[in-house]
Design a protein around this ligand. Structure first.
Ligand code: FE
Ligand code: FE
Ligand code: ZN
Length: 283
């Protein structure tokens, strides 16, 4: 097994170069960032010098692949056509910008069907992805496993498999497994991580699994709440995360913390802890 590829969600507010420097300062070897303001709005133009310095830092420290995150406001399966249109346009713009940092991952929440039903939601998500994805693009787009809060689509492996099935250029698609979300959705990764991975493999195919979000959950299995907790402080517990970072089937995948922290120190501590589990297993 190789070294753990681990990091956390970082802010772009001081620019891309500063974000990469933050990653280095906490010993992160991957990270996530919002491709634009999480509440939507226009994306800032990429500053060429900032971008070049960012790419240099990634290269110098062997950081990546990165797992960019689309804003939560995108909803490819809204009942409002203007919301759907915004999500499609914004995703296309995000992916165009990501061509400037080729070879990374772009994760998004499939959407909320807002009482149109999961079937209609899945149809609209497929239609949106078929419009947005560009054959030959250098970024793999990841569907995130969802907790099943409200009318979220992607609450089961079956729903994610149906989306992938409905997309023409499915070679551009993968899945990001969020530990809090799958537990909230009812998959028992606490007692049977390997059983859940078996099911993922049977329904979706493990080759589609390209990244993980590491979050403990404030709520018990199957609660559909989506409230993240610090690693080891929630319903999943430390041993679940030890099992995740040492599981050979998850080796080599970028793992991103989205735990509630007030500063970089908290993530640095979690990164060091999870690395220690992984290193102990490898030696
Ligand atoms: Fe997410
Ligand atoms: Fe997540
Ligand atoms: Zn979440």
């Amino acid at each position: 097994m190789g070294e753990l590829i681990i990091g956390c969600h970082l802010s772009t507010s001081n620019g891309y170069a500063a974000m990469a420097a933050d990653a280095v300062s906490i010993n992160a070897t991957t990270f996530a960032f919002f491709t634009r303001n999480p509440r939507g709005g226009n994306a800032r133009e990429l500053d060429e010098k900032d971008l070049a310095s960012f790419l240099d830092t990634l290269e110098e420290h062997g950081i990546g692949p990165l797992v960019a995150h689309a804003p939560y406001t995108y909803n490819l399966c809204s009942a409002k056509p203007e919301t759907v249109e915004f999500a499609r346009r914004a995703m296309r713009e995000d992916l165009e910008r990501m061509e400037r940092m080729p070879g990374h991952l772009y994760n998004f929440h499939p959407g909320a069907h807002v009482k149109q039903g999961a079937d209609e939601g899945i149809r609209l998500i497929c239609e949106g992805l078929n419009e947005v994805l560009e054959p030959g693009q250098a970024t793999t787009v990841l569907l995130e496993t969802m907790a099943g809060k409200g009318t979220e689509v992607g609450r089961s492996f079956e729903e994610l498999a149906r989306i992938i099935d409905g997309v023409a250029h499915d070679e551009l698609l993968g899945v990001c497994l969020d530990t809090c979300h799958v537990a909230d959705a009812g998959y028992d990764i606490v007692h049977d991580l390997d059983g859940v991975l078996d099911e993922f493999d049977r329904v979706i195919g493990l080759d589609r699994l390209r990244a993980l979000h590491l979050n403990d959950s404030k709520n018990p299995l199957g609660s559909h709440k989506d409230r993240h907790e610090k690693i080891g402080a929630g319903a999943l517990g430390l041993e679940t995360f030890r099992a995740v970072v040492t599981n050979p089937r998850l080796s080599g995948l970028p793992m991103v913390l989205e735990t509630p922290q007030t500063g970089l120190d908290g993530w640095a501590t979690e990164i060091a802890l999870l690395r220690s589990f992984s290193d102990a297993h490898r030696s």
